[in-house]
Design a protein around this ligand. Structure first.
Ligand SMILES: Nc1ncnc2c1ncn2[C@@H]1O[C@H](COP(=O)(O)OP(=O)(O)OP(=O)(O)O)[C@@H](O)[C@H]1O
Ligand SMILES: [Mg+2]
Length: 273
């Protein structure tokens, strides 16, 4: 699926003293099968932006297009299934007595038969490394375990685009690494992933393209190298890019790597040469 936001404006509490113009003419597309990273400071509009992707929020003006068609013409349940959104701190919304039932909730509402629901629940819990938690109460899990279960619940709907709003915030490095591996696995299976993150290094690792947003306006969209090297002077760069930039003149022989391994290999080659 190709998902596109075209000149989207969003206003919270319009016409009140609390009015906030959170998005101001945002245009960005999620291409089929890509990982799109969305970065930007606190309050820049990232969560607002991604909630337009399945019309959980509706634009004050502008359009959301699904394969070129106005998303408002797509049946709402269908849209929410095809564009799966995992909220920031999704674990707050776990509710069922067991993990299994929690993850089964959305697929069951799709009208799938019992066997198919069970398969999906098992597969998505496995994908999150949470199969062993199936029979537990979601309330008696650790924060990281809850996060895995919450992501599994959206994955179980079989989305074509999976939108993750700061999925790794507050997780330990191992769980974070698992989630990034999952993102690459989903991409390999043809699913598009939108990754909102404050962690530029993790975005550098997995994103095909990056959208940088600032005060409700898109500041840059492009490959990680384009966006991060373009903004390296303004602190909007992962440690890998900052390291290369800090090399100054010698940087020329290194190119513009952004992933850790590429950067390491480039620096090794430079040291040897
Ligand atoms: N429900 C709401 N009502 C009013 N204003 C809101 C609401 N949600 C967000 N805002 C405002 O809209 C702007 C963008 O908020 P948003 O949550 O999209 O930012 P964000 O980039 O996701 O930030 P963070 O990195 O902290 O999650 C902020 O100024 C915020 O105060
Ligand atoms: Mg947010």
């Amino acid at each position: 699926m190709r998902l596109e936001l075209r000149d989207v404006f969003h206003v919270y509490a319009p016409g009140t003293p609390f009015e906030v113009e959170a998005l101001r003419g945002v245009s960005v597309a999620v291409e089929p099968g890509e990982v799109l990273g969305i970065v930007g400071g606190t309050g820049s509009g990232k969560s607002t932006l991604v909630q337009h992707m399945n019309l959980l929020l509706t634009p004050a003006s502008g359009e959301v297009l699904v394969d070129g068609v106005d998303a408002r013409t797509v049946e709402r349940g269908e849209l929410r299934r095809r564009v799966g959104l995992v909220f920031q701190f999704p674990e707050a919304a776990l509710f069922a007595p067991t993990v299994e039932e929690d993850v089964a909730f959305a697929p069951r509402r799709l009208g799938l038969d019992g066997g198919e629901v069970r398969t999906r629940v098992r597969d998505s819990l496995e994908a999150l490394g949470a199969g062993h938690l199936a029979g537990r109460s979601p309330f008696a899990l650790s924060g990281g375990e809850k996060r895995r279960v919450a992501v599994a619940g959206v994955l179980a709907m079989g989305p074509e685009v999976l939108v993750l709003d700061e999925p790794t915030a507050g997780l330990d490095p191992a769980t974070r690494g698992d989630l990034l591996a999952l993102i690459l696995g989903l991409k390999a299976a043809g699913i598009s992933v939108v990754l909102v993150s404050h962690d530029l290094d993790e975005v550098a690792e997995v994103a095909d393209r990056v959208c940088a947003i600032e005060r409700g306006v898109v500041r840059a969209v492009g490959t990680p190298a384009e966006v991060f090297y373009g903004a390296a002077e303004e602190d909007l760069a992962p440690a890998t890019v900052q390291t290369v930039v800090a090399l100054g003149e010698a940087q020329r022989g290194v190119g513009r790597p952004v992933r850790f391994r590429e950067t390491l290999a480039a620096l090794e080659a430079l040291a040897e040469g």
